[in-house]
Design a protein around this ligand. Structure first.
Ligand SMILES: Nc1ncnc2c1ncn2[C@@H]1O[C@H](COP(=O)(O)OP(=O)(O)OP(=O)(O)O)[C@@H](O)[C@H]1O
Ligand SMILES: [Mg+2]
Length: 327
């Protein structure tokens, strides 16, 4: 069994406006040391899936309808809350989208990293603080700043502190949810470089959540493209970049801004993601797809294997590799 194996996870949010189908039958697996990119537009369900792995979904609204998440052979969804708490942070850690909300404003950054260390290792305060200072240095912040508070740091530095907290216990699996979205481009590159460096040192696996296929190309070995809570394309970064199949993946890819190109050449995918309370009954992308046929509107495509390890949820590209085009 794989290091992490997600089977048919299905998650809804029950809201006043109706039931939001946030994650729909997602299957994924990850090998030890592997890095997987989860890509998709806003609202695709990426954070929901990550929170489900961490078991930190809001209990009052989120409903896990079905599925299993095997981590080293144990179904996390069946673990006692106490056992799960042990795993969180020591084995599996998550870097959240917004560094400010992830930090406690009334504790120094040193105290927060030390606290993360002590949650999972039996060390005294002095030793925990020493480890915290080492972690700060590792993420490029002088140890002397451990007695400062989050508001005394810039956005990029705060995100490094969040990374230091997440990595303080050598997690075997790191989930980084848009770790660099709030940062400017140079800092983005530095933070990712740091995640990669630490990951290699600690031999951790990585799930990198992002809107940006370019970031995935640079940092991941495999990629799952998610649209409206479903995987629409999945494979190695190499295979997908060589031969991307799903019209949504192609749209995402061609909308990556290229530094040397005129901005007018951007081709964002027209239209919006469908209302998650009323998803189309056929292919969920059909409302935005230039190639959609009547079949696409009425029938829901499965995830076809187009070649070894490369999967695509599309009637036109998945089944027998037909060409796009109105039938
Ligand atoms: N606590 C919640 N209550 C109700 N609906 C929610 C809640 N959290 C997320 N949703 C809805 O679930 C769907 C998936 O949201 P999610 O945050 O997982 O998307 P995402 O892919 O992480 O998006 P983003 O790229 O903007 O972070 C969206 O339609 C969102 O509005
Ligand atoms: Mg998110």
């Amino acid at each position: 069994m794989a290091f992490l194996e997600i089977n048919k996870i299905n998650i809804d949010y029950v809201t006043e406006d109706g039931v939001v189908e946030a994650v729909n039958d997602i299957d994924l697996s990850l090998k030890e040391g592997e890095s997987l990119g989860l890509v998709g537009e806003t609202g695709a369900g990426k954070t929901t899936l990550a929170k489900c792995i961490m078991r930190i979904l809001p209990e009052r609204t989120a409903r896990i309808n079905s599925g299993e998440i095997f981590y080293k052979g144990t179904d996390l969804l069946k673990l006692e809350p106490e056992k799960m708490r042990e795993i969180r942070g020591s084995e599996i850690a998550m870097i959240f989208q917004d560094p400010m909300t992830a930090l406690n404003p009334v504790l120094t950054v040193g105290e927060q990293i030390a606290e993360a260390v002590q949650n999972h290792q039996k060390v005294d305060d002095a030793e925990a603080m020493k480890k915290a200072e080492e972690m700060l240095e590792l993420v490029g912040i002088p140890a002397a700043r451990s007695s400062e508070y989050p508001h005394q740091f810039s956005g990029g530095m705060r995100q490094r502190v969040v990374i230091a907290i997440a990595l303080a216990c050598n997690p075997k699996l790191l989930i980084a949810d848009e770790p660099t979205t709030a940062l400017d481009v140079t800092i983005q590159a530095q933070v990712l470089e740091m995640i990669q460096k630490l990951r290699t040192q600690m031999k951790s696996s990585l799930i990198l959540i992002t809107h940006d296929l370019g970031l995935v190309a640079q940092n991941c070995e495999s990629v799952a493209v998610i649209y409206a809570g479903e995987i629409v394309e999945y494979g190695t970064v190499h295979d997908i970049f060589k031969d991307m199949k799903h019209p949504y993946t192609v749209g995402l890819f061609t909308s990556i801004p290229k530094i040397n190109e005129d901005v007018k050449r951007l081709t964002p995918i027209p239209g919006n993601t469908p209302d998650p309370v009323h998803l189309p009954k056929g292919c969920k992308f059909c409302t935005r797809c230039a190639y959609a046929t009547e079949k696409c509107q009425n029938e829901h495509p499965e995830l076809y294997q187009s070649s070894e390890g490369h999967f695509v949820r599309c009637f036109l590209k998945g089944q027998g590799g037909e060409k796009y085009g109105k039938q």
